[in-house]
Design a protein around this ligand. Structure first.
Ligand SMILES: CC[C@@H](C(=O)O)C(=O)SCCNC(=O)CCNC(=O)[C@H](O)C(C)(C)COP(=O)(O)OP(=O)(O)OC[C@H]1O[C@@H](n2cnc3c(N)ncnc32)[C@H](O)[C@@H]1OP(=O)(O)O
Length: 260
């Protein structure tokens, strides 16, 4: 992390909160933000005490306004340089998408262009009631640059993604919820509280079970259905011997015994 990406650990909730902190630029993604996010994610990955991550933006107006059009248009002049810069942020989105611990986007306000892509890379999205989402790249005559259109399609389905990306409409929080993009919507001034509440069951459950299920559910998308089903049986067998499973079963059985 650095000046433009803040990292806060909430130790007693096993959470890391990553905050994109460029309110003067509507939290646009500059090269420094890309570097800060990569470093912050690595810190959260390495900290065994962190069981989930919340990603948000500073302020009550904007989550992320997309790529920093001022920096990019000053610096990037030919296709290969644009491609390299887009790929730098695409790798950050890949890191989020493949992150071993659940990542929750707390969409505190407008998500535009790449802002929608960043939210799409997260495993869950908590939206402020004032938030708006627009995959508006088409209005700028470009495509989503960071691979987030592909991820959007996995969340809302191909047809709805096609409409959002090709039309470039800006939708409000209620529509984002109806599409299945937001998992919950909450009052804007309580967004972090709601994101923390959303994280609670994820961090309370066995980290080994949560993390291996997250991986399994991601990997099963590219497997034949019977292979994916077999992996689920294997995972259950692997988790059977863990202390968390022993404790949960003992607690259940002793509860039953107490009732008798
Ligand atoms: C390049 C990658 C591509 C992708 O992969 O998808 C993209 O992301 S392209 C970028 C697409 N995004 C946009 O076009 C969004 C542009 N911004 C807005 O629509 C609005 O700013 C907002 C996000 C809806 C917020 O509106 P508001 O609260 O009214 O603030 P202002 O518009 O006054 O902005 C304040 C301040 O922030 C600067 N700003 C906003 N967005 C960007 C941006 N993407 N890059 C750089 N700077 C941005 C804006 O210029 C203002 O600064 P000043 O000009 O210094 O006042």
């Amino acid at each position: 992390m650095n000046d433009v990406v803040k990292y806060e650990k909430i130790a007693d909730e096993h959470l890391a909160v990553l905050r994109i902190d460029r309110p003067e630029a509507s939290n646009a993604i500059s090269t420094a933000v890309m570097e800060g996010l990569a470093a912050a994610l690595e810190q959260a990955r390495q900290d065994d005490d962190v069981r989930a991550v919340i990603l948000t933006g500073t302020g009550d107006r904007v989550f992320v306004s997309g790529g920093d059009l001022k920096e990019f248009h000053a610096d990037l002049t030919d296709e290969e340089r644009v491609y390299e810069k887009m790929s730098q942020m695409r790798r950050v989105l890949e890191t989020i998408h493949l992150f071993p611990k659940p990542v929750i986007a707390a969409v505190n306000g407008a998500a535009r262009g790449g802002g929608g892509e960043v939210a799409s890379a997260c495993h869950f999205r908590v939206g402020a009631d004032t938030a708006t989402v627009g995959f508006i790249q088409v209005k700028l005559g470009i495509a989503p640059g960071w691979g987030g259109g592909v991820l959007l399609s996995k969340i809302v389905g191909r047809q709805k993604a096609l409409a959002l990306i090709l039309r470039g409409d800006i939708i409000d929080a209620r529509a984002a919820m109806e599409l299945g993009f937001f998992d919950i919507v909450c009052p804007q001034d309580e967004i972090l509280h709601y994101a923390r509440m959303y994280a609670k069951p994820l961090t309370a459950n066995s980290p080994k079970a949560v993390q291996s299920l997250l991986r399994l559910l991601r990997e099963q998308e590219s497997l034949p259905v019977t292979d994916a089903m077999e992996r689920e049986s294997r995972l259950c067998a692997q988790l059977w011997g863990t202390p968390e499973h022993d404790a949960a079963v003992s607690s259940f059985l002793s509860r039953k015994a107490r009732k008798e």
